[in-house]
Design a protein around this ligand. Structure first.
Ligand SMILES: [Zn+2]
Ligand SMILES: [Zn+2]
Length: 355
């Protein structure tokens, strides 16, 4: 079945998610007055850079920052506060000496992996073993030159080399999960910001394994088995509508009209299907770079992402931002009719004015 939609006077009015059957409607919500906030939502691109922030911080704030680090479970020096470490990746393993982040020692850990204290899928479901993993993405609690306890380190702020190393570490944790015979499905999950459900402020993500297929992935597998061309059809449609923000080889990065939240960006590798644990280092690195690009776009604001992989589906990620108005009515979303212009503006920002 092709992608179903209705177009009136050149403008898409609704589009149906071919996997779930839910509809997204386009209307003039950008013309609404949002009285709950003092300004209309704007992309994160205009966020002030760190260099624009001036002046020393007050002793009160400095104390507050130190206090937050002192009580953080994931900060260096507190390794005994987590479950036993499974493995670590040091800064020296990621960076050559000239590119070492300021103040970081080559032997110090950059990424640490341990079982989640509270498994997301109860151990009883996975043969009595905890198959939920936490990956601390960086030793640094805050960004450089923090001005408040909210200036937490965030994934898009990490050097891309470190993000590639992080995805590789995620894949290593997935190998540990797949060694358990009861495991049938594994995904990578990130919650950035308390508003997206993150329980710890220190930058981290999770690998979660289950004995049952995750329902979203099962749906993707079922529909893809019936309609193997559905991913190519969707990306063709998305490309036609001007919703692709970046494309390189088989990797398509786009705004998706099929997201769970209004601003969902997908990264899809149309050429690499199946288990991430069976993919080459190069494929993993290219995918990590594309995902990192989206995380840079959204900045430190609240978001979640999931990397979906499994038999019979292409490797892909869904990134959901929380910074835009979210109203789900009866399983439908609504979006502004001028969204294509906004996506095109992002594309130009990424690729230069010539495109
Ligand atoms: Zn910390
Ligand atoms: Zn998916």
């Amino acid at each position: 079945m092709p992608v179903l939609f209705q177009r009136v006077n050149g403008q898409i009015v609704w589009i149906r998610n071919p996997f779930t059957g839910t509809h997204t409607y386009f209307n003039n919500i950008h013309k609404k007055i949002f009285s709950f906030r003092d300004k209309k939502p704007t992309p994160n691109l205009s966020r002030p850079t760190l260099s624009e922030r001036q002046g020393p911080i007050s002793p009160d704030i400095a104390m507050q920052l130190a206090y937050e680090e002192a009580r953080c479970l994931f900060c260096p020096g507190h390794e005994e506060r987590t479950t036993p470490e499974l493995f670590r990746v040091t800064y020296g393993e990621i960076f050559d000496p000239p590119e070492m982040p300021d103040g970081m020692l080559p032997d110090a850990w950059a990424i640490r992996v341990f079982p989640n204290l509270i498994p997301r899928i109860p151990e009883e479901c996975t043969g009595g073993l905890n198959e939920s993993y936490v990956l601390v993405e960086d030793a640094r609690h805050y960004v450089i030159d923090p001005r408040s306890p909210r200036d937490l380190q965030w994934s898009g702020q990490l050097p891309v080399k470190q993000f590639v190393a992080l995805l590789r570490a995620n894949v290593r944790a997935m190998h540990l999960a797949y060694a358990n015979d009861t495991v049938r499905s594994v995904l990578i999950r990130k919650n950035q910001g308390a508003e997206s459900g993150a329980s710890q402020p220190h930058i981290h993500n999770q690998v979660i394994a289950s004995n049952a297929l995750f329902p979203d992935i099962e749906t993707e597998m079922l529909i893809t088995a019936r309609e193997p061309h559905i991913w190519a059809e969707c990306t063709d449609f998305i490309r036609q509508e001007g919703w692709v923000i970046h494309e390189e080889g088989s990797l398509v990065t786009c705004w998706s009209p099929f997201g769970k939240f209004p601003r969902c960006f997908d990264v899809i590798d149309l050429a690499h299907w199946g288990l991430l644990t069976e993919m080459s280092e190069d494929v993993i690195a290219c995918f990590a770079r594309a995902l990192h690009r989206v995380l840079v776009l959204f900045g430190p604001s609240a978001l979640d992402y999931e990397v979906h992989q499994g038999d019979g589906i292409p490797l892909h990620a869904h990134v959901n931002s929380r910074q835009f108005t979210y109203s789900n009515i009866g399983g439908t979303l609504n979006l502004p009719t001028d969204l294509t212009d906004k996506v095109q503006a992002i594309r130009r920002t990424l690729q230069g004015p010539a495109l």
